[in-house]
Design a protein around this ligand. Structure first.
Ligand code: FAD
Length: 442
């Protein structure tokens, strides 16, 4: 899909000089610094710490806990226990790497340094930025006061994900609202997945006729890719989930249990606001790039790390790479995408470090969104975010709800995540696809 791309390189002399000179000024110096120990950061740092040897790689990560976030949907739906979603960070960072348990506060790609929250500096020869995306609960008026109480929850935060199931169980009737914001978000399918799980809970409880299930999205489509959008529109209709397009949540009045939406788009009501009472409100918060990235020289105008969409190398600073949710890569932000990206990034970065003059390995925009629609039902969307083309791993039509797709996502992939993804050995399903769907092997 891309013409063979060459990585931009810098001379070994420059790297050695930078390393030597910055060691004098900085508290510590590493061949490779990885900012972030999430899905993407661990996939990269685990492999490269093994390849580059003891204490050559540092991982800057403030959190003592790593979350397998794709499991949050199942926790909110009451299908998994919260304890399954997290592990101590120290158990996951490779033993060869140095864990710097602090937040990165500043990146200076001219000086090859990262300033930490305590003001000290770490210098690097090569930098990989994988810090994820920031949840912005404060971006909606009243939400910070309302969340976690009186029926307002969110699967997006480890702090509130258990509240989703707790509050859904309390519902006896009225409106259950599920929202999707206007900003880029991680896992763009998760805002609606929980609506279908709630629908199933209400049916099992025998109260479905007393509850209106409403999905409000700021976007003009239920899903970005037509094949899966058609499937999801059909499923929403069959479950009596009302889909309200172009409705952006702007205010939550927690005391009076009312949600206010601004109508977007160019329809007759565009620009107006609509206030809806609720018994239950699941909020997907707006999200934004972290300030320490946005305010640095490695960011693009939108605040994401400005990398080449094929090679994942920075467009200006050749010793800087990025992947995952904080990168500028124009595809859906998922762990599945990060796995495929990590495979590409690691090969390109290693080739650069080892001075190999070989064509760059290229990322094709692969991402996946497993759209859970019930306890044993799931639409397994897999596609390139660059072309909008489905890249399905299996021979059956993955736009159809399937018990196998559910089993794969709920039971198999969580252990792939713990046993392979965070250890850097999972590169996504491209190898399996050659056997299971050879007609769509690319
Ligand atoms: C409810 C929900 C459902 C999802 N469902 C799916 C799914 O079904 N399938 C799928 O593939 N994906 C899913 N995702 C998305 C997936 O979890 C993310 O896309 C993935 O985790 C991105 O990896 P990342 O490493 O870029 O970011 P993260 O995994 O978020 O990691 C970022 C890391 O950076 C650290 N960090 C933050 N600030 C700093 C700083 N200043 N300095 C240093 N470190 C910092 C954080 O502590 C964190 O550890 C879901 C996400 C959610 C919330």
């Amino acid at each position: 899909m891309f013409a063979a791309t060459k990585l931009a390189t810098r001379s070994a002399f420059r790297h050695n000089w930078v390393r030597f000179s910055s060691t004098a000024a900085a508290a510590s110096s590493y061949k490779l610094v990885v900012v972030g120990g999430g899905a993407a950061g661990l996939a990269v740092s685990s492999t490269l710490a093994q390849k580059l040897g003891k204490n050559e790689v540092a991982v800057i990560e403030p959190s003592a806990v790593h979350y397998q976030q794709p499991l949050f949907t199942f926790v909110g739906g009451g299908l998994k226990d919260f304890s399954e979603t997290h592990r101590p960070m120290g158990e996951l960072i490779d033993g060869n790497a140095k864990w710097i348990q602090q937040a990165a506060a500043e990146i200076d790609p001219e000086a090859n340094t990262v300033t930490l929250a305590d003001g000290s500096k770490v210098s690097y020869d090569y930098l990989v930025v994988a810090a994820g995306i920031e949840l912005n609960f404060g971006g909606i008026k009243g939400l910070e006061q309302a969340i976690g109480k009186n029926g307002v929850a969110s699967n997006y935060s480890p702090q509130y994900v258990e509240k989703t199931h707790e509050f859904l169980q309390n519902v006896q009737g009225g409106n259950a609202l599920f929202t999707m914001p206007a900003t880029p978000i991680k896992c763009a399918g998760a805002p609606q997945k929980i609506a279908y799980l709630a629908d199933e809970m209400f049916r099992e409880k025998g109260i479905r006729d007393k509850v209106n299930v409403n999905y409000y999205t700021a976007l003009g489509k239920i899903f970005a890719i037509d094949k899966y959008a058609n499937a999801m529109n059909g499923i929403a209709k069959s479950r009596d989930v009302n889909v309200n397009l172009f409705h952006d949540l702007v205010e939550v009045d927690g005391a009076n249990k009312k949600a206010t939406f601004k109508v977007l788009g160019s329809g007759p009501n565009a620009g107006e606001t609509v206030t809806v009472p609720y018994e239950f409100l699941h909020v997907t918060p707006p999200m934004k790039p972290f300030d320490f990235i946005k305010n640095s020289k490695i960011a693009n105008a939108a605040g994401y790390v400005d990398v080449n969409q094929a090679t994942l190398q920075h467009n200006k600073y050749s010793n800087v790479y990025s992947l995952g949710d904080c990168s500028s890569l124009p595809t859906s932000k998922t762990a599945a995408a990060a796995a495929a990206q990590s495979h590409v990034l690691k090969q390109n970065l290693l080739n650069q470090i080892q001075g190999k003059d070989v064509p760059a390995v290229e990322y094709n925009g692969y991402t996946s969104c497993p759209l859970v629609t019930g306890k044993h039902k799931l639409v397994l969307a897999e596609f390139s975010g660059y072309t909008g083309t489905p890249h399905e791993t299996f021979f059956f039509n993955q736009a159809n709800e399937h018990a196998f797709s559910y089993w794969l996502t709920a039971e198999a992939l969580p252990s792939v995540y713990w046993n392979s993804m965070v250890k850097g050995t999972w590169k996504g399903p491209s190898t399996i696809r050659k056997l299971t769907n050879p007609a769509n092997a690319n």
